[in-house]
Design a protein around this ligand. Structure first.
Ligand code: GRF
Length: 213
């Protein structure tokens, strides 16, 4: 069983989607080891406690990033976390944090990266006039909204969409994309080619294609 550490700052709907996928056996081989939030009043933290999960606030306000991140890293190690999942965690990770979990941190962003990184991604897409929007689950590296892409899902942008209606449609896709990405990463069936995440062909597929040259 691989142990997930979920980091969130607010609503926590992606966390709930991951927890539901585990409960409904759509996400196999994973369990949630701990939920951490830098905001003590995050709704996601309350939801985690109601589910009986280990859930802690590690307040960030007024603390140096290095000090706060060191406590987060310690908590994640303490709960023997294999994969860190940022789910609406509204803090930039320090390089030390990223290095503590090399290729073992995922993030979800509500745009088709590399378009519209940063805040209010759905409103950015709408204002820009994009006709397709979506979400991206990616590995976290030392740059913001930047690491190798694992899963993307799209939605059409309609003429009468507002930032809110678009965000709602994207969020529905986020809830499908995140469990799927976690499952893929935990399977270990991938390699990196430059910054590309590439899935390995399943043995059965290889057989159909014949022996490798
Ligand atoms: C999501 O839109 C996610 O893509 C972004 O922050 C939002 C978090 O929503 N990183 P929730 O807290 O998971 O409901």
């Amino acid at each position: 069983m691989k142990r997930l550490g979920i980091l969130l700052s607010g609503r926590g709907s992606n966390f709930v989607a991951i927890a539901s996928a585990i409960r409904e056996r759509r996400l196999l081989g994973a369990e949630i080891a701990v939920v951490l939030s830098n905001q003590a009043d995050a709704a996601g933290l309350t939801a985690a406690r109601e589910m009986g999960l280990a859930a802690f606030a590690v307040p960030s306000a007024g603390r140096k990033r290095a000090e706060h991140d060191a406590e987060m890293i310690a908590r994640l190690h303490q709960h023997r976390v294999d994969l860190v999942c940022l789910a609406g965690y509204m803090r930039i990770l320090s390089a030390e944090f990223v290095r503590a979990f090399p290729n073992r941190i995922l993030n979800i962003h509500p745009s088709l990266l590399p378009a519209f990184p940063g805040l209010d991604a759905q409103a950015q897409a709408l204002e820009y006039g994009a006709k397709v929007a979506g979400c991206t689950v990616h590995f976290v590296d030392e740059a913001v909204d930047h690491g190798a892409i694992v899963v993307q899902r799209t939605v059409p942008v309609l003429d009468d969409d507002t930032a809110e209606s678009l965000a709602a449609k994207v969020l529905e896709q986020e809830h499908i994309a995140y469990p799927e990405a976690i499952m893929r990463v935990l399977s270990g069936d991938f390699r990196f080619e430059g910054r590309r995440y590439v899935r390995r062909a399943k043995p059965s597929t290889r057989r159909l294609r014949g022996p490798e040259p």
